[in-house]
Design a protein around this ligand. Structure first.
Ligand code: NA7
Length: 546
């Protein structure tokens, strides 16, 4: 049965919304807030039973944010900062999930969201200039604008291993963790994946499980986290520095503010000075070594090699067994050219009697059977397999929805042919469709997300308001504007060392398994915002308005 959404806007016999917002995660919540504040009639859909997006789904043991306090929170409301009550420098998932629920209740957003409702299609009609959005629950909404706040890391990836379905034990993906939890006590557990998620999970469950087999393909350069409890004085300082920090993070490259300079690694810098700088940053126990250490570590191979050697020595010092160290210490790529995880006792875990490391580069997966998994060398008996194997980044969630723009062309097909966006927020051929955290914007990757989506949600709302105020029916970037943005993206992003490491989710993996475009825009937030602002301030020169 089709349920028409109750709505105050009535055109003929049709009921309309101004905007459909898809997703009630980090960006969907703010998008909804902002559009409602602007007086628009908004309908929101969310597949989960609650708000928070990744912080709803990723409730695996050990999940916590890697952006240090006080950066990972909304920036649109000082009142929210005043009642924020964080307990740790890197808060854990339950605390962040509570925060999102608080935000939604504080601003009375919940009643606008249809939960446990998946958008299955969004089809544009060129004659009326309206989108028809349908859900798995039979809703059908017609709206002039549709905003996909579906997240960049929301569609899980599971390895294709022959016979996977034969496994008789339990299997989980970290991003679909049961809300009731999983009893792992005493069980033989296998974890596949040792990146940001795998490391957090492994640390949390190693002391609980009977036996843990860690399947690692690529070792990472993890930084030892410093995660003290916060005091009232910390919270007071946070509240009183809101304006200053707001300005600082929005003019930072990646949405995290670190005081101090970033000298070039070699110019006039004596070796001892360099070492002192590295040590001082290391002891901070956050992502500064990656984001704000030396000016040239992201582009100069010699500088990157120097930081890489430093981190390797830190990791090696903690692993007694040289054979184990050879597996856990990365040697064949530079620090910072993949997502840098934070860890807390990860390297020491492998000395425990109940933990074993399997190096998949030495013994790749072969098959799975009822009792576990076969690598090329042996059988591993398991009761539970947990995939910490990441996501179909950037495009995955949108690919699950049948989105059709001009001439009923599918977005998925268009992107399979050639992945492209204009500033990561619009696509030529898809009028009045907007996205956050999509490819080729800082928000797609390499960004403290609350800062990046703050700007994106505002730009989208400003653009929708402009179209309405000027009495236009639709807006989309011209093909030339899109090409110019893509050319700029390639020019600033591809020469970086990060772009040269193909073994990372920052480079999209296409359906055929090949690594394709670098989805991370490497020009930094200020440069990106300048381009977006210029578009808005020129009344969208280079866009097609009907
Ligand atoms: P990531 O960063 O994509 O890491 C996935 C991990 O799973 C990584 O160790 C992968 O090894 C491993 N993996 C993926 N596929 C396979 C197969 N087929 N076989 C063996 N191992 C595999 O995901 P995360 O969830 O850790 O983090 C995602 C982001 O969330 C993170 O960057 C933060 O922004 C938050 P690989 O390195 O590919 O060899």
């Amino acid at each position: 049965m089709t349920e028409m959404i109750e709505n105050k806007h009535v055109v003929g016999s049709r009921q309309l919304a101004d905007v459909v917002v898809v997703g009630a995660g980090l960006s969907g919540i703010y998008q909804l807030y902002r559009l409602l504040k602007d007086g628009l009639n908004v309908v929101a859909f969310e597949a989960a039973s609650g708000v928070g997006g990744v912080w709803f789904w990723n409730s695996y043991p050990g999940a916590r944010v890697d952006s240090h306090f006080p950066h990972y929170q909304y920036w649109f409301s000082k009142a929210l900062w005043d009642d924020a009550d964080w307990s740790e420098r890197f808060p854990a998932q339950p605390e962040i999930a509570r925060y999102f629920n608080h935000v939604v209740d504080k601003f009375d957003l919940r009643r606008h969201i249809h939960f446990e409702t998946r958008v299955v299609s969004a089809v544009f009609d060129e004659a009326s200039g309206l989108w028809t959005v349908r859900t798995n629950k039979g809703h059908e909404v017609q709206a002039r604008f549709v905003v996909f706040n579906t997240g960049g890391l929301s569609e899980p990836k599971v390895p294709e291993i022959a016979g996977r379905d034969n496994f008789a034990g339990q299997t989980f993906h970290t991003s679909r963790w049961p809300s009731a939890g999983v009893d792992l006590a005493g069980k033989r557990v296998g974890v596949v994946g040792t990146a940001a998620t795998g490391i957090q999970l492994i640390q949390a469950i190693a002391p609980v499980v009977g036996h843990l087999t860690v399947f690692q393909r690529t070792p990472n350069y993890a930084i030892a986290i410093q995660n003290p409890k916060l005091t009232e004085a910390d919270l007071d300082a946070m509240r009183s520095s809101f304006d200053e920090l707001h300005a600082q993070v929005h003019s930072s490259r990646g949405g995290l503010y670190y005081p101090g300079d970033t000298p070039p690694m070699f110019d006039d810098l004596p070796a001892e000075e360099r070492e002192r700088h590295l040590e001082a940053i290391w002891t901070e126990g956050n992502l500064r070594l990656w984001a704000h250490s030396f000016a040239d570590t992201g582009i100069n191979p010699a500088a990157a090699a120097c930081v890489s050697a430093f981190v390797r020595s830190k990791i090696r010092a903690r692993i007694k067994d040289p054979l184990l160290a050879a597996k856990l210490v990365p040697e064949d790529y530079y620090f910072g050219t993949r997502r840098v995880p934070l860890e807390n006792g990860f390297y020491e875990l492998f000395a425990r009697d109940n933990v074993a490391l399997v190096d998949l580069r030495e013994e790749p997966f072969q098959t799975m059977d009822a009792a576990g998994v076969n690598t090329t060398k042996r059988h591993h008996d398991l009761d539970v397999i947990i995939y910490a194997t990441g996501f179909d980044a950037g495009v995955g969630a949108l690919g699950q929805i049948d989105i059709r723009g001009n001439a009923k062309r599918s977005l998925k097909d268009a992107w399979e042919e050639s992945l492209r966006t204009t500033v990561g927020m619009q696509v030529h051929g898809f009028p009045n469709l907007f996205m956050t955290m999509a490819p080729f914007a800082p928000a797609a990757a390499i960004c403290n997300v609350p800062v990046c989506i703050d700007q994106q949600c505002d730009w989208i709302a400003d653009t929708i308001n402009f179209v309405r105020r000027k009495g236009h029916q639709s807006i989309q970037p011209s093909a030339a504007t899109e090409e110019a943005w893509m050319a700029h993206h390639r020019e600033v992003s591809e020469p970086t060392l990060l772009a040269q490491n193909k073994n990372s989710w920052y480079r999209r993996i296409a359906a055929d398994g090949t690594r394709r475009e670098l989805i991370a825009y490497m020009g930094g937030i200020p440069r990106y915002r300048q381009v977006c602002d210029a578009m808005r301030d020129s009344d969208y020169e280079g866009f097609e308005l009907t």
